[in-house]
Design a protein around this ligand. Structure first.
Ligand code: NDP
Ligand SMILES: N[C@@H](CCC(=O)N[C@@H](CSC=O)C(=O)NCC(=O)O)C(=O)O
Length: 441
């Protein structure tokens, strides 16, 4: 929140103007100047005859020297209210925006809805208006204080979709107005990791995102009353606006419904990719999936390509989730609470020696062990997807590996984010477009 707009502060109000604008009817602005800055303290417009207070208080400030005309300010306000319009976007990256974010001040304490100052994007950065954000277990994990990389205060969130609002110098692959999915797993296409062809991990900005800052100046673009707020996973999507590195944003089909495809920012690709890219599950395989959240559901009959007839043993402690999983084409369910024997033994008995593949989608190291040990001797592969708390370690008898079981892990399902997230969106859109619309009768 800017100082001049803080309740109780005084400012010289240097302009109150009204203007008819083609896209927004009557607009009234309250403008104040203080030193170097010009502030828009509020805006009121009348879209349908009644007065309507716009939620901008006090959201915009810009350097005095730019000398915006009233109509330019109105245009900018309208753009922000109604989404991007092509006119004048070259000016946008000078603005500090004041928007609402959910700030995690301390581990395990309620998030606080705050007016957060979102600084303009610097070179190689992109400021994104987040329109939809989902909640992944990893957000809850870091919020809980169990993440060794967890920093507070921070803005959590990493599974989202939005629209580019402005870009910093040198950004060429996205422009204002582009529909995007922020990518917590970056893809620079230049670093040792990206060039290796062996991994989707990217090294370019990881050193900055792991400590909650932007790479350019090792500082945050978020602040509340002058106090910096850390970024999270390079995305921080629990905010109406966020700033990300250009290597952390995937441009997608503008026709795609953002409220749906935001899930392609984490949970769904993670599950699908664990099956397709990491385990490379073959047709007819026998699969056990531990945990029926978003990730576990994505490692589902669909993840295994249901036409391949994988046998899925879905394991969760909450049987209410089995009904949802049935919608994904899964027929067999196991609740460890229904059995006295260790779950790995139950599965080995059920599957004539063990499953071909297993996926741990919980983040529990005991279950990771069970997931490995329920695999078939000689070839069974277990993929760790879940993220475990600080200090936790996995264990098994080395004999499990000596006798041919393989333990693997996956991050973002092995997908190269900027290249493959748009492809996943296209795949989704193709499916949606091919699905016949229900007969209205
Ligand atoms: N590697 C990667 O790239 C990614 C990893 N993750 C991680 O994957 C994991 C899953 O994420 P997400 O799907 O969002 O999480 P959810 O919380 O949505 O799902 C986890 C599920 O596991 C169930 N569960 C908890 N304990 C047990 C148990 N002992 N036995 C069987 N089932 C259990 C939960 O039940 P209940 O709700 O009743 O507790 C819940 O249904 C998390 O650890 C997350 O951090 C997520 C995304 C990407
Ligand atoms: N900060 C944690 C590790 C968290 C973690 O493993 N994150 C996954 C993605 S989870 C998404 O919801 C990941 O991609 N890891 C690779 C990476 O580079 O972070 C810790 O330190 O334990």
């Amino acid at each position: 929140m800017c100082a001049v707009g803080t309740p109780g502060n005084t400012a010289e109000v240097t302009g109150i103007g009204g203007k008819r604008h083609s896209r927004a009817d009557t607009v009234v602005l309250v403008i104040a100047h203080k030193g170097f800055w010009t502030y828009v303290l509020g805006a009121i417009w009348d879209p349908e005859g009644g007065l309507f207070v716009v939620h901008f208080s006090p959201h915009i400030l810009y350097p005095f020297f730019l000398f915006f005309t009233l109509s330019e300010i109105i245009r900018q306000l309208i753009k922000i209210r109604h989404g991007y319009s092509r006119q004048g976007h070259h000016l946008q990256r000078y603005y500090y925006l004041y928007y609402v974010s959910a700030v995690a001040y301390e581990a395990n304490k309620p998030l606080v809805i705050e007016d957060v100052e979102v600084a303009p994007p610097q070179a190689g950065e992109v400021r994104v208006q987040i329109l939809f954000t989902a909640l992944c277990h990893t957000d809850a994990y870091t919020w809980s204080g169990k993440d060794p990389e967890g920093l507070f205060p921070c803005i959590l969130g990493h599974e989202a979709a939005g629209i580019v609002e402005s870009v910093g110098e040198g950004v060429t692959e996205v422009k204002p107005g582009d529909h995007v999915i922020p990518c917590y797993q970056a893809e620079c296409k230049e670093c040792k990791f990206c060039k290796s062809g062996k991994t989707n991990l990217c090294g370019k900005i990881r050193g900055a995102t792991g400590v909650g800052v932007m790479m350019n100046d090792r500082k945050s673009r978020f602040s509340v009353k002058g106090t910096p707020i850390y970024h999270f996973m390079g995305t921080s999507t629990f905010s109406q606006y966020t700033v990300v590195h250009d290597v952390s944003v995937a441009k997608i089909d503008p026709q795609a419904p953002l409220e749906k495809v935001c899930l392609l920012g984490c949970g769904v690709p993670t599950g699908l990719g664990a099956v397709w890219n990491t385990a490379k599950v073959e047709a007819g395989s026998n699969v056990a999936i531990f945990g029926l959240g978003t990730v576990g559901l994505a490692v589902s009959g669909r993840g295994c390509k249901s036409s391949w007839c994988c046998t899925n043993n879905r394991i969760d402690i909450d049987t209410r989730k089995f009904d949802r999983a049935k919608e994904f084409g899964v027929t067999e369910f196991v609740n460890p609470k229904d059995h006295e024997k260790p779950i790995q033994q139950v599965l080995v008995d059920m599957t004539d020696g063990g499953v071909d593949y297993s996926f741990e989608c919980i983040g529990n190291v005991s279950i990771m062990r069970a997931a490995l040990e329920c695999c078939h001797k000689g070839w069974g592969t277990s993929v760790i997807v879940g993220v475990a708390a600080s200090g936790q370690e996995i264990a098994t008898r080395p004999f499990q590996l000596v006798t041919g079981r393989v333990w693997k892990g996956t991050a973002f399902g092995g997908f190269k984010s900027r290249t493959q997230v748009p492809q996943l969106v296209d795949k989704y859109m193709k499916k949606v477009n091919q699905t016949p619309t229900p007969n209205p009768k």
